[in-house]
Write a protein that binds this ligand. Structure first.
Ligand code: KIV
Ligand code: ZN
Length: 550
């Protein structure tokens, strides 16, 4: 039986795009009148929390996802794909929490084209101010034959049934033709026409395996829009993967061919080589309006902080030469360039660093700041601690940090509260750490851990102080996990900056990322290692959306 739940209607400004495309400006319903009607608007659909989370090692807790969702809302992303509700109870709870909280963006859940997935998605989205069910089925010969083991007619039938079921539960339904990049155009036109007739308002054409080439992908989109008889009743979307490094180029080429929704992720996170990067798509659209002639509603000044938040939470560092958000993106090394920029910025800069949020990190608080100032700055940053006890604990840590570090920036505050916001049962905690490291001698660590309330001590030597610390932890709390990644990033500038450490551990195919921050990077490393060990103890296995059956 279909669950007696449905998500509410679309956000009006997104709806307006459909209206214009359908040529129905005469509609008098006020919800349609509020919105600026524009064919030139590209809907930004962010899938950091769903496809981004499919990056090995990028799994996030519910609280972390909620923090990212709030940052995406602040960016004014149109649609947030919050997860794949049926994947696990944890995924369901995360989609639900985001749907219950977010007001200004449409919240979407992915679902395969099967009843149970669709019903679970609708249940998670029930309280959304604006919800969307995104259902998909593979359409390429290789996927239909080898993965689904279904004939093309059966695939069309399943897609239509899924879209109809979703439309009974939610007004806003998106249908995706998985592996469209390798599908036959005639079949794509047939299934898309059927999906629109069944009630899909957005049709997504994913290049699932990153196979497309820009001019060819644009031609596919153009032909689909021309050939599908009811194409004017849907918004066409693209979702490009980066296997050949062409995800952004393919997405923009599709926009020139009529696509009006782009699916993308912060920092280009995503399955394998990732998805099209949100910041690159948005800034290309903004900077080259002269060529592309379209716009988004993204508040570009919030891009850098969203990028840092996603990188900090997932432990995926941003490469220094990454466009828009890399540390070197606006740094000029050559003397000629520096001279040019000083004389006239636009000689070597096509957009300003400020327009994407650089140079805006402001001095937040200092040693003498009180508890109220601390609380209100957190509120301004959109951080809400669960209760007074957590606020007091965070304030005590802030005072400790302020003793060591003269100036506290917003980034410091975000790192400071991130453990409090992450709901991990702490079986093991750091009580004491002493590390000896001298030239010509073998570094040694002595550690005291609190394991389920009992203090235990361990010692070990290592090739460096961090290695010795990790070995000392393992001597007390053996995990037998493989260390896959260790990275340190300075949170702010200067040698008094806090170091933010990410540790990625793998055990029996399960990957977790632990994070820790401290002005002492060995302590930060120990915290990150222990955070990963605690995460290893919790969390259930989840289904992968692209797995064949249910
Ligand atoms: O890459 C893909 O095809 C997807 C779909 C589920 C939209 O992520
Ligand atoms: Zn994808």
């Amino acid at each position: 039986m279909v669950a007696a739940l449905s998500c509410k209607r679309l956000r009006p400004d997104v709806d307006a795009v459909y209206l214009e495309l359908q040529g129905r400006e005469d509609i008098t319903d006020p919800i349609y009148q509020e919105a600026p009607v524009s064919q030139d608007r590209v809907i930004i659909f962010d899938t950091t929390l769903r496809d981004g989370e499919q990056s090995p090692g990028a799994s996030m807790t519910k609280e972390e996802k909620l923090r990212i969702a709030k940052a995406l809302e602040k960016l004014r992303v149109d649609v947030i794909e919050a997860g794949f509700a049926i994947a696990s109870p944890g995924d369901f709870e995360a989609v639900k929490a985001i749907a219950d909280t977010i007001q200004d963006s449409t919240v979407c859940s992915l679902s395969r084209a099967v009843d149970a997935d669709i019903d679970r998605a609708a249940e998670a989205l029930a309280n959304a101010n604006s919800g969307r069910i995104h259902t998909f089925i593979a359409t390429s010969p290789i996927h239909m034959q080898h993965k689904l083991r279904l004939a093309p007619d059966q695939v069309v039938e399943q897609a239509v049934r899924a879209v109809k079921r979703a439309r009974n539960l939610c007004e806003d339904v998106e249908f995706s033709c998985e592996d469209a990049g390798r599908s036959e155009i005639d079949f794509l036109c047939r299934i898309i026409e059927a999906a629109i007739d069944a009630g899909a308002r957005t049709i997504n054409i994913p290049d699932t395996v990153g196979y497309a080439i820009p001019h060819q992908f644009a031609e596919t989109i153009r032909q689909i829009i021309e050939r599908v008889p009811n194409a004017d009743r849907a918004v066409f979307s693209v979702h490009c993967h980066n296997d050949l490094g062409l995800a952004v180029a393919n997405s923009l080429a599709a926009v020139t061919a009529g696509a009006r929704q782009v699916e993308c992720t912060i920092n280009g996170l995503g399955e394998r080589a990732g998805n099209a990067s949100l910041e690159e798509i948005v800034m290309a659209i903004k900077t080259r309006h002269d060529v592309l002639g379209v716009h988004t509603r993204i508040v570009t000044e919030n891009i850098l902080s969203a990028s840092r938040l996603v990188s900090g939470i997932t432990g995926f560092p941003v490469q220094p030469n990454k466009a828009i958000v890399g540390a070197n993106a606006f740094a000029h090394e050559s003397g000629i360039h520096q001279d040019g920029v000083l004389k006239h910025r636009e000689t070597y800069e096509i957009m300003s660093a400020q327009s994407v949020g650089w140079h805006t990190n402001r001095l937040s608080l200092g040693k003498l700041s009180g508890r109220n100032a601390f609380r209100s700055r957190l509120e301004e940053l959109g951080i809400q601690l669960p209760g007074e006890a957590e606020l007091n604990a965070a304030f005590a840590r802030f005072k400790e940090l302020a003793d060591k570090k003269h100036e506290i920036f917003d980034e410091d505050l975000q790192a400071l509260v991130s453990d409090t916001l992450t709901e991990v049962v702490e079986h093991v905690r750091l009580a004491y750490l002493e590390v000896g490291s001298r030239t010509g001698e073998i570094p040694e660590a002595r550690i005291v851990l609190n394991v389920d309330g009992k203090e235990v001590e361990g010692r070990a030597q290592g090739s460096g102080p961090v290695d010795a610390t990790f070995k000392a932890i393992e001597s007390v709390f053996p995990s037998n996990a493989n260390l896959q990644l260790y990275s340190v990033n300075a949170i702010t500038q200067g040698t008094d900056s806090q170091g933010e450490v990410t540790v990625r551990l793998e055990k029996a195919g399960r990957i977790v990322n632990g994070n820790g921050a401290d002005t002492d990077i060995v302590v930060a490393s120990a915290k990150a290692y222990l955070n990963a060990l605690n995460l290893m103890q919790t969390g259930a296995h989840k289904a992968h959306p692209q797995a064949a059956g249910v």
